[in-house]
Design a binder for this molecule. Structure first.
Ligand SMILES: NC(=O)c1ccc[n+]([C@@H]2O[C@H](COP(=O)([O-])OP(=O)(O)OC[C@H]3O[C@@H](n4cnc5c(N)ncnc54)[C@H](OP(=O)(O)O)[C@@H]3O)[C@@H](O)[C@H]2O)c1
Length: 335
């Protein structure tokens, strides 16, 4: 039997429960993974709290790391016992995003990793970084990969560039660690002076408290010699979008990856047009991008910042901890 969380017809943080069912059997091209850890992402919260509606029974959580327990005889390149990570987009193996390769989303349109055994396509798997725990590896497929792709693939930033990173959550802390390893200068904004102090210990060059300084873009420009940042990441939506645009340099790049606030942002049209700001959206990345990231974290000895680990039965409490904003870095769940 396996233990897993299947969402109810009307999911909420109050009705997440572990149930039992038969261990699935891998079909052609598939692998059975004994999942050891998953990690929380805001996208998972939107699923488990019912904001992204799913059919009853859907197994949530896009991130997963574990060991291969069995595999279809036709699968090449993997063996029982290999330590692997799943993928946010299990069918996006390589190349640009397409409608077809982005259709399957772990924990949303297909079952995810809130289960101690899952069957996944072999092509979705990546080898864990050497020496990493399962909890550490479970932080890479969504937040780590998004950070990597934003800085390196979409942002194409090199040493000496400057980036604006919002908050101290899983995504921003990964971006800080990768940016430092590349030599990119970072300006971070957070609601907490304590967190800003910890971000500086991790290598942030500058920190601004967006609560005590709600109009923070002029301070970002001042900290960058009046120029503005090369790349700003936007996760605050309505509450940050215009500020993020204003924080960019002439011809700078704004990458929108989500929204932690309600409501659509207004477009500061004149600022965007007259300062030639490039605005783009992006979601996570491919299995090939994840392989590049694994090589990078191994070469630079980067280890994820894990705030707290919960058991699977306390997934609801784990999301409440995330929503409280008390965390810094990633929250993981061990199975
Ligand atoms: N598109 C993608 O590929 C992708 C992938 C991963 C994540 N995301 C998105 O990125 C966002 C963050 O994800 P996460 O997993 O890092 O979440 P998280 O761990 O919950 O972190 C969220 C953090 O955002 C900060 N924040 C909230 N409101 C803010 C605001 N108005 N201005 C600046 N910072 C603010 C807070 O930091 P402080 O406590 O320091 O204030 C909070 O701790 C979410 O919207 C998520 O959907 C997108």
């Amino acid at each position: 039997m396996r233990n897993f969380i299947g969402l109810t017809e009307r999911p909420s943080l109050d009705n997440i429960a572990v149930t039992q069912g038969p261990v699935p059997v891998p079909g052609p091209g598939e692998v059975l993974v004994r999942v050891r850890a998953t990690s929380l992402n805001y996208h998972d919260y939107l699923v488990v709290a019912g904001f992204i509606p799913q059919p009853a029974g859907r197994i949530p959580m896009s991130d997963g790391a574990g060991e291969i327990a069995a595999l279809d005889p036709g699968v090449k390149g993997w063996r029982v016992g290999d330590r692997v990570m799943g993928a946010f987009f299990p069918d996006w193996v390589d190349g640009p995003p397409t409608d077809a390769n982005n259709a399957a989303i772990s924990g949303e349109t297909v079952d995810g990793f809130a289960a101690d055994h899952v069957v996944v396509p072999a092509h979705s798997l990546s080898a864990m970084p050497a020496g990493w725990s399962f909890a550490e590896a479970a932080t890479l497929p969504c937040a780590g990969l998004t950070a990597w792709r934003a800085l390196r693939v979409e942002g194409r930033l090199e040493a000496g560039a400057t980036v604006l990173l919002p908050g101290s959550g899983g995504l921003s802390v990964f971006m800080l660690q990768i940016a430092k390893a590349i030599g990119i200068r970072t300006v971070m904004i957070s609601s907490s002076d304590d967190k800003l102090a910890r971000l500086k210990e991790l290598g942030a060059d500058h920190g601004i408290n967006y609560r005590s300084l709600p109009d923070w873009a002029p301070a970002v420009r001042e900290l960058t010699g009046g120029r503005g940042v090369d790349l700003a990441l936007d996760i605050g939506g309505q509450s940050t979008f215009a500020h993020s645009v204003a924080a960019c340099r002439m011809g700078g790049h704004l990458l929108v990856v989500g929204s932690t606030s309600n409501g659509a942002p207004e477009l500061p049209l004149r600022d965007v047009v007259m300062r030639h700001i490039r605005i783009g959206g992006m979601a996570v990345g491919s299995v090939a991008h994840l392989a590049d990231l694994v090589r990078f974290v191994e070469a630079h000895a980067i280890r994820p910042v894990i705030d707290r680990d919960f058991p699977l039965a306390e997934l609801g409490a784990a999301f409440r901890h995330q929503l409280s904003g008390a965390h810094m870095g990633k929250i993981t769940v061990s199975l």
